[in-house]
Structure formats: structure tokens, C-alpha cells
Design a protein around this ligand. Structure first.
Ligand code: SIN
Length: 309
């Protein structure tokens, strides 16, 4: 950070949790955080979100799992992860050394399983918040938890019953209207909503008459989805009274300013981590002067202040 950087309060709250700044990492795009240590001091981030963890270990989907798109990426990883027991034994101790608040992202294969996973992690030290992956398009039933308000509410009720740790519900853009789902998760006790997960897409190798991905459909991320993400963040901001975590094609601090004005209090850097490992830090360093240029001395002052026609 330059010596002349203006003093701007970047802190944000999610439930009882105070984050020093709004910059976080999107689940699945930041390894276990440890891989980024050679590039910068990860403890400077407001929080770090880990790749989704499930009850049982998962190999993930049949390859190929990734396809490059113009201005984006199509993935069908299939929630590959070592499962909760191995995760707690092997990885959690290392993650506790990251220095940034740790957000554990979990996905259940049923409402009950969401509760069981939460209970298992809630006994562990050093977890700042849970992000509930209710919106993975790449596993059977993965989308069911954020496409039906009744089911979304059931997940939240079940998880809320297990912990007082702040809960962030990660919602899907693959719905006609995200607002009823958002109202349902907030009624069920969500402390924040993160949006958006990926948009369902298809990449084709026409010469082979085949989809490029092994499982055909995947989730689109990257700059090509930013406008969709901004629209949904704005709709969420106008609908619910909890912090919004904005995700979708964020590459730089200017993108983040757009998300903040739309209504995001926290943002996650995702696909950009793959091609610019310092993206999250660069964003953090670019925010104070941009916020100050709007005449504000804190991030909170400008959240949602987009002037809509
Ligand atoms: C995946 O593991 O397939 C991606 C996770 C997600 O989109 O939620």
C-alpha cells in the first residue's frame, strides 16, 4: 500500500463477526489458502473461504472438468474433497495458521446432512463462519437447496439449530427469481447471503459432436457473468436486510466498487485467482482511494448507494 493511501474504514460485520475488510476468496478458487502464501501475506484478507467440504470423501466428476470460455471458465469439479473427518484431522490445523478469518464452506446431500456436517465442524476451534453451498450445479440435487424456498428454509432451520456461528447462504443464479429464496433463508436465520454461484452452461467440441466436459454441463464463472451477478446483488440488497457477499467475475478494485454500490458489503474473488494470484491483495490495496474518491471515509457509507433510475 502506498504511504499516501487515505485512511478508510474497510471493516464489515456479518452477524457478530467483524471482518477487517471486505475482501474474501470464492470457494474452490483459492486452494487451501496456503498455496497463495508465496505470493502475499494471506492474513491481510478480510476472510478466506475454503473449497466445499462434504460428509464423505468425494473423487469429483469424470474429467475433463474445466473448459476455458471467452472471458470465463466452465467447471464441473463435482465437489471433490477429502470428507469432513480427514479435513478436520489434516487440513484444519494448517488452515488455522492462515491468520485470516476462516469461512468453512459445506454442502450436505440432504437437509439432515447439512445439519450433521455443521454439528461436526461447530465443535472445532477457529471457524469464523460457515458458508452453506446450497447451489452447486455439478452434483445430483446440488441445486435443489436454493431453487425452492421451502427446502432452502428447511436447510437454514436445520443448520441454525446446530450453531451460533455466523451462517452465509450461497445462492444460485439458476432461478427465475432469487428473492423468495433469499427471504426464506433469512427467515431461517441466515446472517448473510452470498451470490452468485455459477450459471449452468455447456461447452461443445463440434468436430467430435461432444460436450467438452466429461459431465457435459458445468458452471460458468469469470468476467462474463459479472453483469448477472450485479443484477442479483442489487435485487438481494433491495429485498433482505442482511449483508450481501458479492461474487461473480470480480477482477479488480473497480469491479468491487460496482458490487459495493449495488449492495455488497463483502466480496469474493474467484476465477481471477487462477490467472492473477495477487488479485485479492491488489483489490484490497486499491479500495481506500476509490472509496475516498466518493467522499466517504468508510466502506459502510457507500454500500448500496447506487442511484437507480
Ligand atoms: C464444483 O465442485 O463442482 C463446483 C462447486 C460449486 O459450483 O458449488
Amino acid at each position: 500500500m502506498s504511504a499516501e493511501a487515505p485512511v478508510v474504514d474497510l471493516s464489515v460485520k456479518i452477524g457478530d463477526l467483524t471482518l477487517a475488510n471486505p475482501v474474501s476468496t470464492a470457494s474452490g478458487t483459492f486452494g487451501k489458502g496456503l498455496e497463495f502464501r508465496p505470493f502475499y501475506d494471506v492474513s491481510r484478507l478480510g476472510s478466506v473461504v475454503v473449497k466445499t467440504i462434504t460428509t464423505e470423501p468425494r473423487e469429483g466428476n469424470v474429467p475433463p472438468r474445466l473448459a476455458e470460455l471467452p472471458a470465463g471458465l466452465l467447471n464441473s469439479i463435482g465437489l471433490a474433497n477429502p470428507g469432513v473427518d480427514e479435513y478436520i484431522r489434516t487440513y484444519l490445523p494448517k488452515l488455522r495458521t492462515l491468520g485470516a478469518p476462516l469461512v468453512i464452506n459445506i454442502a450436505g446431500h440432504s437437509v439432515e446432512d447439512f445439519g450433521t456436517l455443521t454439528a461436526r465442524f461447530a465443535k472445532e476451534e477457529g471457524i469464523a463462519a460457515f458458508e452453506l453451498n446450497m447451489s452447486c450445479p455439478n452434483v445430483a440435487s446440488g441445486l435443489d437447496y436454493s431453487t425452492d424456498p421451502v427446502v432452502a428454509r428447511e436447510v437454514m432451520d436445520r443448520v441454525r439449530g446446530e450453531t451460533d456461528i455466523p451462517l452465509i447462504a450461497k445462492l444460485s443464479p439458476n432461478v427465475t427469481d432469487v428473492r423468495p429464496i433469499a427471504e426464506a433463508v433469512v427467515a431461517g436465520g441466515a446472517d448473510a447471503i452470498s451470490a452468485i454461484n455459477t450459471l449452468v452452461g455447456l461447452a461443445i467440441d463440434w468436430r467430435k459432436r461432444r460436450p467438452i466436459l466429461g459431465r457435459a454441463y458445468g458452471g460458468v464463472s469469470g468476467p462474463c457473468i459479472k453483469a448477472v451477478a450485479l443484477r442479483i446483488v442489487r435485487q438481494l440488497y433491495e429485498t433482505v436486510d442482511v449483508p450481501i457477499v458479492g461474487i461473480g467475475g470480480i477482477q479488480d478494485a473497480d469491479d468491487v466498487m460496482e458490487f459495493i454500490l449495488a449492495g455488497a458489503s463483502v466480496i469474493q474473488v474467484g476465477t481471477a485467482n487462477y490467472y492473477r494470484p495477487t488479485a485479492a491483495l491488489d483489490i484490497l490495496e486499491g479500495l481506500p482511494e476509490r472509496i475516498a474518491s466518493l467522499g466517504a471515509s468508510s466502506l459502510r457509507e457507500i454500500v448500496g448507494t447506487l442511484e437507480m433510475p
